[in-house]
Design a protein around this ligand. Sequence first.
Ligand code: SF4
Length: 286
Amino acid sequence: MQPASKLLNIADHSRDNAGMTYIYSVVSRRAGGVSVGINLNPNNACNWRCIYCQVPELARGTAPVIDLVKLEAELRTFLHEILHGDFMRAQVPPEARRINDIALSGNGEPTSAREFEQVIELIGRVKCDYDLPEELKLVLITNGSLIDRPGVQAGLRRMAELNGEVWFKLDSVTREGRLRINSTRISLKRMRENLQLAAFQCSTWLQTCIFETDGRPPSQVESGAYLKFTEELLREGVPLKGVLLYGLARPSMQPEATRLTKINQEWMEAFCAKIRALGLTVKLNP
Ligand code: SF4
């Protein structure tokens, strides 16, 4: 591995910054720490195609066969480097020299890996062998479409024992919106069921990206449907941790990129207030 030989830009979220196949790091000044990323989609393949997706050369598909031996070796090497090597001093500003989390967040949908459950087991095993902070989180960033697979659910149950958190993508609750934004035909019924499965097995946040398309913010129909859906979930007793509301942080790598712009702060804050009024925690990342 060669993290110490490559200067890591604070805004560098590319998945190959550690020179590894599966492991990369993100240094965040805002979050005040380093996130150890695990990319199970080095083939840039996802079963969705979101118009704001930042994955270059995104292809439709699933994760390839995961080389678990290689993944474990890379994770051990990287954690060793972070804890005992030169990585923090050489590449991380003093105020961010701590590990924030381990995050399954790749260039595609991580739960599409057939080995998902084994990957979570592996992370748990490796974590035990290192002197890591008790509160270290294991985050899964997912579009949620494959949560109903038995192997994914088993992985989520194991994640819950490892201080796990699921960030479940919910950009639109209308059929038209999901088709336009995420290029998926998943039904609302299946999304709701998957969300329930996730939330009852592991701490779950909704993760929603808000932006303007052709200079227009989401319609009232869209935002109204989102609020109604969320309210219903709460009424049904689905134990949501809250909502992570994102703006466009980095440019889309999809053909629609030029049609997308950041939403204005006022719109974002007004929407945020409406979600909070339902009784949910909202973290805003405009
Ligand atoms: S689900 Fe994630 S990786 Fe897949 S297309 Fe959407 S933003 Fe990209």
